[in-house]
Design a protein around this ligand. Sequence first.
Ligand code: GBH
Length: 458
Amino acid sequence: TDHSDSSTVLFPRDFLWGVATAAYQVEGASEQRGASIWDEFCRIPGRIADGSSGRVACDHYHRFPGDVALMAELGLSAYRFSISWPRIMPLGRGRIDTAGVDFYARLIDELLAVGIEPVPTLYHWDLPQALEEEGGWLVRSTAERFADYARAVAARLGDRVTRWITLNEPFVHMAYGYAFGVHAPGRTLMFDALPVAHHQLLAHALAARALRDGGHQVLLAHNHTPVVPASGAPQDRAAAQVYDALHNRLLLDPLLLGRYPDLAALAALGAPDLGDFVRDADLDLMAGSLDGLGVNYYMPTLVAAPGPGEALPFALPDYTSRFPGTPVTAFGWPVAPEGLYRVLTGLRDRYGAALPPLHVTENGCSRADTPDGAGRVADPERIDYLDRHLRALVAAKRDGVDVRGYFVWSLLDNFEWAEGFTQRFGLVHVDYRTQARTPKDSFAWYRDRIARARAGTA
Ligand code: GBH
């Protein structure tokens, strides 16, 4: 077959070539906005690996013109960033901070001036602290506050944005933030965190209704992990199924099918009954509320049945030691591009006609990068990682999956949540002492990759 010809078909002109970041991880300028749960969480000793916080981060708030210039050099068609709710509404409700709105307006104008589509995420885990004090995502009213916030943002920035991502990884936010407590707000509720999933879905659905009324397209970014049972033994297969239902389907089934997956196996472990907080009308509102699905993919998960006295695989499994022989990133995460192919084709197979077009809204790897004496950062492992994952995306497209965009996580090295600044995911190295940006070899590679796709030669 003629690969050059098929490539223009695989990557049509409107394919979104992007990079992604999130407000708390890059912006800094924390004194110029309301407090979020991450500001609070980072103050608790021992929670962040290097004792750092997002107080300054990459200072993107002040340096965005230079960062947009880097994006223009890459030849991107889209930038996925997130809007900080407490920068728009310092108390999570009511008063709008016009300086906060103005920051995003200037960022968006800067992007449009160089032909890059702004793709804002309305919520990437930085809940206003004032709302956390009213119960955070455990209470239903937070969903309504989110819809108010979404409407306020769309009213001010909606003339320049067509595609919105409501929430980033609501499952991860629930699990890490409210069930295990390793992310903000640091609660350890295990299965009692389930209402957090539902209230985020409701928030998405209420916001989606408002945004769509205004003619906008609405996506949500969901973290997917293909689940591999550790063996063919029935107990490992059953554990893998529960894990898959929780991590992959708990939030997608309501959005795409209008119902929750069967969680009977969890009830036996003390999980609350969904009927305690789910209303029928909520599911009607959620069903079909997506114009596109964002897929964040990093790695697969190998699941073994818990041993006697161990918790069910809702808790953090030790992924890496369980994939013997698989190379890992600096984070210890297995490098498995075929997992992306499995995720993309698996979504199509499971949801069929109910599945909207897909966008890979995050994919990337961390590496211990340092510029050499000549100011070069050679990161061949990252190039290999991105190249192989893009090939997996191409394979899924060839097999008929409708994938319309690919966003590298991340443009810049940034504040990697509980890991602080110890994990570097950027195409661009950041020296946190000087804020100097140094494009890595992977930056040039991605620039050339995009150019080849545009020229129809690869
Ligand atoms: C994304 O989350 C986030 O959206 C983004 O903000 C973040 O910077 C990026 O990924 C890189 O981490 O406990 O070591 O076995 C990814 C969701 C949840 C995937 C935790 C890996 C297990 C890690 N991640 N999960 S570990």
